[in-house]
Design a binder for this molecule. Sequence first.
Ligand code: GLU
Length: 319
Amino acid sequence: MRERVSAAPQGYRGRFAPSPTGPLHLGSLVSALASWLDARAHGGTWLVRVEDIDGPRTVPGAAEDILATLERFGFHADEPPEWQSRRIPLYRAALDALIASGHVYPCGCTRKEIADSQLHAHRRNTTLIYPGTCRDGLHGKPARAWRLRVPDLPADDADNAGANPALIRFDDRWQGPQHQDLATEVGDFVLLRADGQWAYQLAVVVDDADQHITHIVRGADLLDSTARQIWLQQCLGVPTPAYLHVPVVTNADGDKLSKQTGALALDVARPIEALVGAARHLGLDLHDAAPTTFEAFQADAIDAWKRRLARLPEHSRAQ
Ligand code: GLU
């Protein structure tokens, strides 16, 4: 085996991982700010990774626009940005390892077949819970996607009482203790899609491990993906980072603010005002509500972030 040329970096490593589906908006600014503040509060390293793996959703020019906006808002990454579209061989290698270890299998089911197989169409957001049809073979169908096996529910006997390997638990540094039963709530999930696209779940886990990310700070809309990512980390034999999911920004109707729901792009002419708004969304009590320089805002916000985390009930348990 080839030796790694360089040793793994030490200490806190965090990242902001935008998908270039449009310009940075208030919701993504909140995630960027939270991840940056947490890295700076820990004296750590902060990285930016462009998640342009989903070809059909990627908008040409959006990545460059987001990177320029981040710079303009005073976020300077400690290493050059990574682009998922340039890292395909890493995803291929991870899938090959999972094929070799028997953790994944080819699946020939169409979406309609999965829906029809369920008496009550179980849905998890827009994702159907996969009933496991192709676990034991393709049943003569052509392979369309690759799925990761989730643990089976325990056999119903007294020896196993209480031990459910499908139940993934983790402590979120903001949201508190979390759990999800992958067998009943998710099912075997796709890593390489029928359209040939690498799934977000695989790319994000491979990249976080390869970049030695120790702390993930992102929006709570991704809380639901975290148990899947922890299981995938276990299958690949890579460490599980600490997680912190900040509340998502919603509009007056309570819908997540995103490019899809028509969120307005940020006023890039007034970056400090937008940053103060994002800090307020995070519940940060800034001493100076109208700072005039990035440096003044940043120093105030880092202190306020530390105070905010100290107020969270989970703070003492999960760092
Ligand atoms: N690229 C994802 C998004 O923009 C974020 C992924 C992550 O932080 O894990 O929603």
